[in-house]
Design a protein around this ligand. Sequence first.
Ligand code: SAH
Ligand code: SF4
Length: 353
Amino acid sequence: MKFNHAEIIEMLSAEGDEMQQLLDKAHAVRVARAGEGIYLRGLIEYSNQCRKNCLYCGIRKDMPGLERYTLTHDQVVGAAAYALREGYGSVVIQAGEITSKQYTDAVERIVRDVKALTLESVGAAPPEGERWQDTLGITLSLGEQSLDTYRRWFGAGATRYLLRIEASDRKLFSQIHPRTIVHSYDDRLRAIMDLRRAGFQVGTGVMIGLPGQTPAQLAGDLTFMERMGIDMCGMGPYIECAGTPLAGGQVPPLQWRMDMTLKMVAVLRLMMPDINIAATTALEAIDPQGRARALRSGANVMMPNITPQDGLSGYKLYDNKPEPGCVDLSMPSIRRGVPGDSKHFTSVAGKSE
Ligand code: SAH
Ligand code: SF4
């Protein structure tokens, strides 16, 4: 459905029964157009090293007192094998932004080895009557990289990439990032477009409830995603992280951020009926039912955290972040053993799932 700016703002201002009607409508559109199934991606937090200093983020380069880690090759491939055995269908490998050759090579090797895993090699036995696809889908979320690096990672077998614009309004973007060369709005945009050039299904998203953010900017975020023709979206509430420069800024109450995230998901579903929309983890930092509510408001993807713990606790992007394993996977609509590609991508590219 096509909406103008004023109509989007109007929908985002819905409250009470009106808001519930919006969420219900988005749920119905999701079931009709993106399918009844909820897709799982196992989230692997590969490293908390980062060269950037985003003002909101708990693993920013200058975060004091943070122990840095990078999982080993075998830990990542082992976590992926676990995901395949559990029927997750795909994994997301996420980390801070590192651009060294040593690192990009290591990621390429990881992607290759994860792609080489098969149901048989990991000893997976799908339940009676279910047919699981033999290998995992791989999504990367490793920040801004060169087109060449994106091409190499795509060539190694990754097919989707998540890179949020964070705030599509230039002014707001500059308020939440330091004014240095590595935090450039134009480079971020360029990177999102390069992902498409490299062949990826492209996911982006924003944070909701940032200091100074206006309803007009949030509406603009939705039209930005529509204009970019994205395949996937992950957007969630901004959650303050103590020790970051942005913490302490004036922000709307948590409940407002929760409701606004649900409405943003719902309106985006109406605007882009066949994309994949994630019920993001940050929702759970506000309400234990947060993700489940998003899955009834237009979202169709869940990303349980499967990072091997081995004593790690360093991937804390924001306060009150749920620990791995805190997720209810008993919902009947969860689809195991399927990659769950974005229908938007497969229909535009003319490929079958
Ligand atoms: N370094 C990569 C991926 C890791 S960060 C990147 O920046 O793209 C993943 C996401 O965490 C970011 O896109 C950001 O939107 C989100 N994030 C970081 N700090 C946050 C906070 N305080 N509240 C909510 N989300 C946050
Ligand atoms: Fe690094 Fe991503 Fe955090 Fe920015 S948001 S500091 S790039 S991990």
